[in-house]
Design a protein around this ligand. Structure first.
Ligand SMILES: *[C@@H]1O[C@H](CO)[C@@H](O)[C@H](O)[C@H]1NC(C)=O
Ligand SMILES: *[C@@H]1O[C@H](CO)[C@@H](O)[C@H](O)[C@H]1NC(C)=O
Ligand SMILES: *[C@@H]1O[C@H](CO)[C@@H](O)[C@H](O)[C@H]1NC(C)=O
Length: 469
């Protein structure tokens, strides 16, 4: 998947709404500017133009209020936006880097284990049966502290039946459904920004240094073992997470906007060389984050804009520029913080740096995926089915020969762990369910002690995937 294609169709696991409206607005702005520049006096004298300007502002506000993501629609009204945190963000000054306070972290954490976090909401729940069936097939429970769903408070009850105290006994890992209002309480906020904020704020409650962020559309296609995701650094004994390094150029507008929000000189911490080979940065969901860097990002913003005020700053930041594709994102803020404070390499490692040690397989979080309806061809459907079959065959081999522990596939140098099956506006998720769910269920049926889980998954399918909301 080229990064260019990535840029066009993917923004953090979510298809942006059709851009035709945006195009019309751009043309409208051009007309307005032309009128303004050609004859400013007559322009302002004409009451008609004033009406246009007023209409334009109203349209702008309405557009920004459109739910671009998975949270319930509630118009984003900048002057009514109110976001506040539930657990205060505690930060302490860093003598060496006065502009970048460090988070105060509790000690109850594990460096060697991993937490899996899915930020989801009701409109996305129909994707969960296949996502969960895939995770149940592939996620090795060793060194998994918890699989966590962060969902809006009004949606918790929809997932609870599958993760009640009676049901959790059947799941191979600890699994919990957490109401997102234990982190942030919010009204009149663009949902898309909230989702990005939650991906950083969840660091306040995870009990491991690293956490894997998944969206509801990330479907596991190859066995997932923590020892292939977190590598112990021989020098420092710290664990470093693999990072899917993408160049900055594929999302340049996100980078410059994030630099503005963080108030750092453009390209000072992360350089950008258009002509040269791209300098590796960070990709999009799925991604592994370090809670130290995530919270340090928030500490910086809190210092810059003030306690709590920074939350509304993030929510309302440069709304009008978003129309032109400029927006801060959680991953660009995170990476910039990691680089400016020089701690990124403490918590992350580049996949290419691992190639020398052949004892552990190299994996990438994502590879072949469906980004738009154009990708949903018979050829690609078969390609996905084949890759799911291959992955499950390998997982079965691990179960049979190594008690479920990793067996390195020496026939290839790299495996992709997840396929992103996007499509809220493109491919109906029911099709994904119809094509891929049976493959995972067939595998699970051959496993020991999976009867109860299959009943739970089938119940999820009946309630979430087949019923429409
Ligand atoms: C890591 O997770 C496993 C469960 O997968 C658990 O048994 C173990 O105690 C955890 N280790 C730490 C240090 O938290
Ligand atoms: C370990 O330290 C040595 C010497 O300081 C350095 O050359 C090497 O790159 C370090 N290795 C890792 C994995 O950081
Ligand atoms: C599945 O749903 C049925 C009816 O809705 C319920 O009686 C049953 O206990 C559920 N089974 C599991 C394993 O959740």
């Amino acid at each position: 998947m080229s990064s260019k294609y990535h840029m066009l169709d993917k923004s953090h696991g979510h298809v942006k709404p059709t851009t035709t409206i945006t195009k019309k607005i751009k043309i409208c702005i051009l007309h307005l500017l032309k009128g303004l520049l050609n004859s400013p006096v007559t322009f302002f004298k004409s009451s008609c133009s004033i009406i246009y300007v007023a209409l334009f502002i109203i349209v702008l506000l309405i557009l920004n209020g459109q739910p671009k993501s998975i949270f319930p629609p509630k118009a984003h009204i900048p002057w009514l936006t109110n976001v506040h945190h539930v657990q205060p963000l505690e930060c302490i000054a860093d003598m060496n880097q006065p502009g970048w306070p460090r988070p105060v972290l509790s000690n109850d954490k594990s460096d060697m284990n991993l937490t899996v976090v899915t930020v989801s909401a009701r409109p996305e729940f129909k994707r969960l049966p296949v996502t969960m069936a895939a995770l149940l097939s592939h996620l090795d429970s060793r060194r998994i502290t918890e699989v966590m769903f962060l969902v809006p408070p009004q949606d918790v009850h929809l997932l609870q039946p599958y993760f009640s105290s009676e049901q959790v006994k059947s799941w191979p890992w600890r699994v919990s459904v957490i109401s997102d209002n234990i982190l942030l309480k919010h009204i009149h906020t663009t949902s898309y920004r909230l989702q990005m904020m939650f991906k950083l704020f969840v660091a306040q409650i995870v009990k491991t240094e690293h956490y894997l962020i998944l969206d509801s559309d990330c479907v596991a296609v190859w066995p997932i073992h923590v020892e292939q995701l977190l590598h112990q650094n021989k020098n420092s004994s710290l664990y470093q997470a693999i990072n899917h390094a993408e160049g900055r150029s594929s999302h340049e507008k996100w980078w410059s906007e994030s630099e503005r929000l963080l108030q750092i000189k453009l390209e000072s911490c992360v350089s950008y060389d258009k002509s040269d080979t791209d300098i590796p940065t960070i990709g999009v969901t799925p991604s592994i984050l370090s809670r130290t860097i995530a919270l340090r990002t928030l500490c910086r913003l809190q210092k810059l804009y003030g306690d709590e005020i920074f939350l509304n700053k993030m929510a309302n930041w440069a709304l009008w520029r978003e129309i032109f594709g400029y927006m801060w994102t959680e991953y660009t803020l995170y990476f910039l913080t990691g680089r400016c404070t020089k701690i990124f390499d403490t918590y992350h490692t580049d996949n290419s740096a691992l190639s020398s040690s052949n004892s552990i397989a190299r994996v990438e979080l994502t590879g072949f995926s469906i980004w738009s309806h154009l990708d949903w061809t018979v050829k690609n459907q078969n390609k996905l089915i084949e890759s799911i079959h291959n992955g499950l065959r390998w997982r079965q081999k691990e179960t049979d020969e190594a008690n479920g522990q990793a067996i390195t596939d020496k026939s290839t140098s790299m495996h992709n762990l997840f396929a992103v099956l996007q499509g809220r506006h493109n491919v109906d998720p029911k099709l994904y369910h119809q094509y891929f769910y049976p493959l995972y269920i067939k595998y699970l049926q051959q496993q020991k002690q999976s009867d109860k889980l299959i009943l739970i998954l089938n119940n999820m399918t009946r309630k979430l995937a087949i019923n429409k909301h």
